[in-house]
Design a protein around this ligand. Structure first.
Ligand SMILES: [Zn+2]
Length: 275
């Protein structure tokens, strides 16, 4: 599932559609999460594309006023801007929504699993939209100071630290891969309860969040299962820097990396380095 760096990379690629006007939208077997009608944003100009947590926010301007389209990629969603002469070769059986622009170009939304979402919200209702979902602050844009971070984590003191790190009600944006990497960086066993993590290690986690996310964005995110691609359809290149997730041996001590299930998610760690 795309995490913050992957969604940010998609948003960077989507800057290509900023300034384009929607002619109409074609819905092709879209999932239940796609709640836009074919004519609802016809004639609207895309004035900006922003990321918030793992959400993509398309800012639209129309004769009836501003409107936001909030989208979540979930498991397999992909946005691919496509030129008029590429459309036939780029469309495939998992293309769910086609945005037709007035200039003759397109934006494809592909989604193999059909869990991706799109909904229209007035800019006035944005705060309420996110508040009602009980989401924590954005891990990159709004990461609190250490004390604030500790307070957020301690909302779930008994939860395994790795699971808490990708709990979106604590912090928005981290997922299974980057949470595992943070536990490795701080040399903490991923199953340690939040309340039992020593403060020195919690400080290491806090200090590593922004640099890890920034570096992952620099390398266009992580493609692991082949599902995530950026807006050009290319895989992310951060996988080469992963230290535990999906790895065979530890880069520090050369021990085998252990894989367990933790709260239902595949979890990698070094038994020797992470205690
Ligand atoms: Zn090790």
């Amino acid at each position: 599932m795309p995490e913050l760096p992957e969604v940010e990379t998609v948003c960077i690629g989507l800057q290509e559609v900023v300034g384009k006007t929607v002619d109409h939208i074609e819905l092709l077997d879209a999932g239940r999460g796609v709640k836009i009608g074919s004519d609802e944003i016809s004639g609207f100009l895309i004035s900006g594309v922003q990321r918030y947590g793992k959400y993509i926010i398309f800012e639209l301007k129309g004769s009836s006023g501003p409107l936001n389209m909030i989208s979540h990629l979930r498991m397999t969603g992909q946005y691919i801007p496509v030129s008029a002469d590429e459309i036939d070769s780029k469309m495939h059986k998992h293309s769910r929504v086609v945005f037709h622009f007035k200039d003759g170009s397109y934006l494809l939304f592909n989604d193999q699993r059909k869990f991706g979402t799109m909904e229209l919200i007035s800019p006035m209702e944005m705060k309420e939209y996110f508040a009602s979902r009980k989401l924590g602050p954005d891990a990159l844009l709004e990461l609190p100071s250490f004390n604030g971070f500790l307070k957020l984590m301690n909302k779930k003191p008994k939860l395994a630290v790795k699971t808490a790190l990708f709990d979106q009600s604590i912090l928005m944006g981290l997922g299974n891969i980057y949470a595992a990497e943070l536990c490795f960086i701080a040399a903490v066993h991923p199953a340690t309860a939040v309340a039992a993590v020593p403060e020195t290690k919690m400080r290491l986690i806090h200090a590593a969040i922004v640099p890890l996310l920034k570096k992952a964005i620099e390398f266009n995110g992580t493609t692991f299962d082949g599902k995530y691609v950026d807006a050009k359809g290319d895989a992310g290149e951060f996988s080469q820097f992963l230290k535990v997730y999906g790895q065979k041996s530890c880069r520090i001590c050369a021990s085998d990396i252990v894989k367990i299930k933790l709260n239902g998610r595949g979890t990698y760690y070094c038994d020797k380095c992470q205690r």
